[in-house]
Design a protein around this ligand. Sequence first.
Ligand SMILES: Nc1ncnc2c1ncn2[C@@H]1O[C@H](COP(=O)(O)OP(=O)(O)OP(=O)(O)O)[C@@H](O)[C@H]1O
Ligand SMILES: [Mg+2]
Length: 478
Amino acid sequence: MRLARKLIVSMIIGVTLVLAANAYYRVRRELAAFDEDMRRDHEVLARVLGRAVATVWECSGREAALQIVVAAKPASEMVHIRWLDEQSLRLRTRAEDLLYTDVPIAVAGDLKGYIEIRESRTFEETYVRTTLVRTLVLTLLAVLGAGVLSTVVGVYVVGHPTRKLVDKARRIGEGKLEDPPLAIAQRDEIGLLADEMNAMSLRLAETRYALEAETTELLRTQEQLRRADRLATVGKLASGIAHELGTPLGVALVRANMIAANESLGREVRDAARIVSEQIDRITRIVRQLLDFARGHGEPPPGALAKRTPANLVAIAQRSAAMLQPLAAKRNVTIAVVTAPTPPEPPANEDQIQQVLVNLVVNAVHAARGPGKVTITVGIKQVKLPADVTPVVWGGDAEPQYAVISVQDEGVGIAPELLPRIFEPFFTTKDVGEGTGLGLSVAYGIVREHGGWIDVTSEPEKGSSFSVYLPMSVAELV
Ligand SMILES: Nc1ncnc2c1ncn2[C@@H]1O[C@H](COP(=O)(O)OP(=O)(O)OP(=O)(O)O)[C@@H](O)[C@H]1O
Ligand SMILES: [Mg+2]
C-alpha cells in the first residue's frame, strides 16, 4: 500500500507543479502582451495628437495648441493626457501602477514640450488575480481528479496485487508451498512476478517432496541395515552357542535314554531319566531353531535356491489354516485364505515355508483380544528390494517379481519402539512358559535363506500385517 500511496502523492505533486508553472508563464506572457498593446495604442494616439498640436502651435500659437491637449478625450477612462514642459517632466514622479508614454512636440525644429499619456494598470492586477483564482480552482480540480484516478489505479493495479505478492512470499518463507497459486490477471510486471513466484513455489515444492522422499528412504534403509547388522551379530552368537551345545546335549540324551531303558533300575529312577530325556529333547529343538535362525544370516549356499522345486503357496496356506483351526476356534478367531487368480509357485522348501506361515499365524491368533479374523493372502508383486537384501533374481531387474504371503490380524498390534526387536531370538512379550521368542527369528532365518524378506506393518490396538516375500525366479549361480 505504501508503494501505491507514493505513486499517488508523486502524481498529485507532478500535476500541481505542471499547472502552477503553466499559470505562472501564461500570466507573465499576457502581462507583457498587455503592456505592449497599451504602448502601441499610446504611440498611435500620441502621433495623431502630436501632429495636430504642432500644426495648431505653428498657426495659432501655444494657447490654442495646449487647448487641443486639454480637449483630447481618449476612448477609455483609464487613459489620461496632459501637456508637460521639460522641467515638469523632469520633476514628475512615476506611480508604479501607471504606464507612461511621453511624446516630444517640436515646432519648426524647436522642442516645445511633451504630451504625456498615462494609463492605469489596475486591470492587470485584476487579471492576475482572476487568473490565479482560476488556476487554483483548476489545480484543485485536477488534483482531485488525479487523486481519485490514481487512487483507484494505485490501489487496484499496484496496492492489491503487491499485497498478494507479499503474502505469497511470506507463505513461501513459512514453507507453505502447497497453497493455491497466486491469481493475478494483470499482464504487466506484477503479473510476470506473480507467474514467476507461482513457478518458483511449484519447483520448491517438488524439490522438497523429492528431498523428503529421499530422506525417508534413507532413514528406512539405515534402519534396515542396522537391524540386519544386529540380527547378524545375534545370529553368529546363537549359532556358536547352539553348535557348542549340540554334542554335550547328544551325549546327555543318549545317557538319559540308557538309564530310562535299564530294567534293573528302580521305577522312580527310570521315570526321572525319561523326564530328563524329554527336557533334553526340548532343548535340542530350541537349539535347532537357533541354528535355523542363524543360517538365514549368511548368504544362501551357491545353487541352493536354484535347486528348489516350485512350492505351491496356496496349498501351504490352506494346510496351515486347517492345522491351526482348532487353536483359532478356542480363541474365537477365524482364519481365511485369500488367493490371487494365478497362485505363485516360487522355488522354495515347502516344509520350511509352512513352518514360517504357522509361526506367523500362531502369533496372529495369540494377538487377538476377542473374536476376530486372521487373513492369509497369497499373491504376486513387483517390488523394490530392501537395502539389506542381496538380490538373487535374474537379470538385475530393478523391480523384480516376488511371491507374497501376508498374514493380517485385528489384534493388539506392536508398539513402534518394540517393532525393531521382534525378530531377535528370545524376544517375547509373552509370559514365561508361553513363548520362547524364537518363532519370528526362525521365520526370518528361513525366509532370508530363500533370498526373501519379511515386511511388518502394525498399528497398536488395530492389528498387524506380516508379509513374506520370496523371489519368483533365482539366478543359478548366486
Ligand atoms: N501378530 C502379532 N501381533 C502382535 N504382536 C506380535 C505379533 N507377532 C509377533 N508379535 C510380537 O513379537 C514377539 C516375538 O514373536 P515370536 O513369534 O518371535 O515369539 P513369541 O510368539 O513370543 O514366542 P514363540 O517362540 O512361541 O513364537 C511376540 O512376543 C509379540 O510381542
Ligand atoms: Mg510366536
